[in-house]
Design a protein. Structure first.
Lengths: 113, 113
């Protein structure tokens, strides 16, 4: 079974802090994704990566950056956290190519105070 | 951009009853995915449909993609409390030339004893 592990289930940070969310997958998947999920807005794609050191902006990249130094690890960075970044963050991975399902981690519920 | 509309938004059924959730796309679907999410957790992949008229089943859950490939339905037979959760449909789209997913806002299912 695919295992996507997110480093924290719950996280509380303060406004202005730099926040790191880590995601690791153990199935040698080429593709990795970061989403946020908010009531009424559904899942929205923040960033994705199709290869090591490669990144592409999703629909809502503002205020975020990512890092993929190794194939199995994809990090989401909140450069200067703000209260409107309080959300559920979900990481996913998939094999390369089309028609490949994405497999999700358990999510990180992030609160910015 | 492609949009997915799910109906109903929420559903309460009595244990043992059948139910159907619909996912309608504004454009032709080339890959349609069904996921289940328990509140506060990650998404669990259920099924993927690609071909018009395709139907797949897993235990008591059946998903279909219509011939015109613009609508999919998820049918649960003899619902159980374990079926409760949020069901999301996702569709393959192109983002910056790469294959990603867009999601519907989800259908919340409650199963009463």
């Amino acid at each position: 079974d695919v295992k996507v592990t997110q480093s924290s289930r719950y996280l509380v940070k303060r406004t202005g802090e730099k926040v790191f969310l880590e995601c690791v997958q153990d199935m040698d998947h080429e593709n990795m994704f970061w989403y946020r999920q908010d009531p009424g807005l559904g899942l929205r794609l923040i960033y994705f990566s199709y290869d090591v050191k490669m990144k592409e902006k999703g629909d809502i990249p503002e205020g975020y950056s990512v890092s993929r130094e190794k194939k199995e690890r994809f990090s989401l960075i909140l450069e200067s956290a703000s209260t409107n970044q309080t959300s559920m963050y979900l990481c996913a991975s998939s094999l390369g190519g089309i028609n490949q399902p994405q497999h999700f981690g358990d999510g990180t519920r992030l609160s910015i105070l | 951009s492609q949009e997915l509309e799910q109906s109903p938004q929420s559903l309460i059924v009595q244990e043992g009853k059948n139910l159907t959730i619909n996912c309608t796309s504004s454009k032709t679907l080339y890959g349609l995915y069904w996921y289940k999410q328990k509140y506060g957790e990650g998404l669990i992949f259920l099924m993927m449909l690609q071909k018009g008229g395709e139907e797949k089943s897993h235990e008591k859950i059946t998903a279909k993609l219509d011939e015109k490939k613009q609508q999919s339905s998820l049918h649960i037979t003899a619902s159980q409390p374990s079926h409760a959760g949020i069901y999301l449909c996702g569709a393959d789209i192109r983002h910056s030339g790469y294959s990603t997913l867009t999601f519907g806002k989800g259908t919340m299912l409650l199963v009463s004893p």
